[in-house]
Write a protein that binds this ligand. Structure first.
Ligand code: ZN
Length: 319
């Protein structure tokens, strides 16, 4: 009986793999590795293979009991052919991940993207369990989103629907990595907040975040939380600004899609409750009265594991 699947969350900094019991969504074992994209795409593939082998070694589960390996990658993907088309955060282009992993394990392999797997995880066992009509918004290095209608993720004509990070919130605004100007991601992501804080520090503004910052290291969500707890003026202002923009983006989605529920996740949301609470309060206030009267907000419930749990269910989706 094949009651397990392997889920892999392939991100720019880490590769998280897990052996998941498909009935309950329980993570039986997990292995984490650093991505180290500078070593090249084949090294990333090798690390995924090693991590999956370690999962089998750590548990009494063998590959005959595993129905599939699901991989969610941070990038543009060709679902039908299992190809990672372009992933700047991984430095991988036109990489046939599916065949490379499948030929090694002889288990069916399915490829999705990182937002898709986290959304599937939250839908099956997390904050959106039992809800078939919702939007997930994940705030991290970027801002990602997925729209679920009737229990299915809406893909759009080219499979790229849900790019909330690139809705334009300021016509003549900040440049975005996508080439446009004024995208939400350039205002509301953790990286955007970091840039604002760093810019102000360079200009000589004081902040208690300096107590946590080590030279050469970047600002973490934890440092942001601690600074807000100490009522730091600069960090609070930067987070408030991000929340103003994010709530505007979410209000637009509420008006446009009219979902029952908005699930918010990602490192910054999980670590900084102040950011989460203010964002949902403002989003509700900015939405039209009728959709706002019914909307519900929840924090993602599976944390780091939402992606790997969701990836274990990629085999069930329609292509
Ligand atoms: Zn953009």
């Amino acid at each position: 009986m094949k009651s397990y699947a392997v889920g892999i969350d392939l991100g720019g900094t880490k590769i998280l793999t897990a052996l998941v019991e498909r009935q309950t969504g329980e993570v039986i074992a997990s292995v984490k590795k650093k991505t180290k994209k500078e070593k090249g795409p084949l090294n990333i593939v090798q690390k995924m293979k090693d991590a999956v082998e370690e999962l089998f070694e750590e548990t009494s589960v063998n590959k005959e009991q595993v129905s599939s390996i699901g991989i969610g990658a941070a990038g543009q993907i060709d679902r039908a052919n299992g190809i990672l088309i372009g992933a700047p955060n991984l430095d991988c282009y036109d990489l046939n991940i599916r065949d490379l992993i499948m030929s090694h394990f002889e288990i069916p392999v399915y490829l999705g993207n990182d937002v898709e797997i986290a959304t599937i995880g939250e839908m099956k066992f997390g904050a959106a369990k039992g809800c078939d009509d919702f939007v997930c918004v994940f705030v991290g290095t970027g801002v990602g989103s997925a729209i679920v209608k009737n229990g299915e993720i809406i893909r759009g004509a080219t499979g790229t629907a849900g790019e909330i990070g690139h809705i334009i919130v300021d016509l003549n605004g900040r440049p975005c990595a996508c080439g446009a100007h004024g995208c939400l991601e350039a205002y509301a992501s953790r990286s955007a907040i970091e840039k604002r804080i760093e810019g102000a520090l360079k200009k000589g503004r004081h902040s208690v975040i300096l107590d946590y910052l080590e030279p050469g290291k970047s600002i973490t969500s934890g440092m942001i939380r601690k600074s807000i707890e100490r009522e730091d003026e600069l960090v609070t202002a930067c987070v408030d600004e991000a929340s103003d923009y994010l709530s505007g983006g979410i209000a637009s989605i509420i008006n446009f899609v009219n979902p029952k529920l908005v699930v918010l996740g990602g490192g910054l949301i999980e670590a900084v409750d102040y950011f989460y609470k203010n964002t949902i309060k403002k989003a509700k206030a900015k939405s039209l009265p009728v959709p706002a009267s019914k909307i519900e907000f929840k924090k993602a419930a599976l944390g780091d594991f939402s992606g790997v749990v969701g990836a274990a269910f990629l085999e069930d989706r329609k292509l």
